[in-house]
Design a protein around this ligand. Sequence first.
Ligand SMILES: Nc1ncnc2c1ncn2[C@@H]1O[C@H](COP(=O)(O)OP(=O)(O)O)[C@@H](O)[C@H]1O
Ligand SMILES: [Mg+2]
Length: 322
Amino acid sequence: MALLEIDGLTVTYASANGPLKAVRNINLSVDKGEVLGLVGESGSGKSTLVGALLMLLPTNARASGQLRYKGQNLLDLPGHAQRRLRGNGIATVSQDPFTALNPVITIGRQLLAFQHHQSGSKAEKMERARRMLERVGISDPPGRLRQYPHELSGGIRQRIAIAAALLTEPELLIADEPTTALDATTEMQVVEVLRRSRELVNGAIIFVTHDLHLVSTLCDKVAVMYAGEIVEAGPIQSIFDSPAHPYTQALMACDPERIETATRELPFIAGSVPMPSVDRVGCPFQPRCGMAFAPCSTLTPVDTVLDGSGWRVRCHKVNADA
Ligand SMILES: Nc1ncnc2c1ncn2[C@@H]1O[C@H](COP(=O)(O)OP(=O)(O)O)[C@@H](O)[C@H]1O
Ligand SMILES: [Mg+2]
């Protein structure tokens, strides 16, 4: 059984301009031991999917489908069971570490509080916190434990947020754009910490980013989101070697790491992401797609499984050629 199995997940927001379908009929599975990269442009629905996984969707959101974590549908759990799972099972590192850390409480006291589901004395938990800060590459852990978040740089705060999440001994760690607010050097340090976190997470990691290159350095599998849909998902190797969906192909062409000829201008995908209105038909990428043909504007594509590795793609063209 997969650790996480998402089956037909759809999330709709009520808004002043009518309902918005931010996540549409998503299917995805994550096994124990895997690191999954979730990539997509801003607005593609990544944080909405993460919100559903963390059982923290805003009150104007409605979710349908199945989100099975160790066999139980998270959408069906009562509130107290959801809260329990968040402190003890599913953990998160967000884009802004200030949301995870309380500004008026020392790092040490906060790292104790993160362990409230764990056994052990206060002294043992403080020692665990100190060791975890060491493991995420923080110098002078005893000094840090006495400091407040605002006394620390963004990169250090983000490592502390990772340490805090790891102290809950999660089986699913979800990092939603954890490096977006950091400069390039600090970003690589935080990615390195996440890479080393693999051994500390007795389960799986979902790493959310808009940076395909970061995914290739960290993840085993990738899921590409576009306008609320996972248009392609599968092992890193397959998707980086031979992307099947025209959108994935276009993203690959935009990745500066893969452009061989020196140029000052990066290629870009013409057009823009469609608004997530409810009554959309056809493929959302069709207006920007160089390979579109008749069905693409009238029929909504469904997932085509490409091989036994879990590689799947949502595209009429691929389906017709398969
Ligand atoms: N609380 C909300 N209410 C209404 N619409 C929302 C809300 N949160 C996000 N959205 C909309 O849902 C879509 C997906 O957003 P989001 O999940 O944040 O994407 P991403 O994380 O990929 O940038 C966007 O069109 C966004 O404007
Ligand atoms: Mg987001």
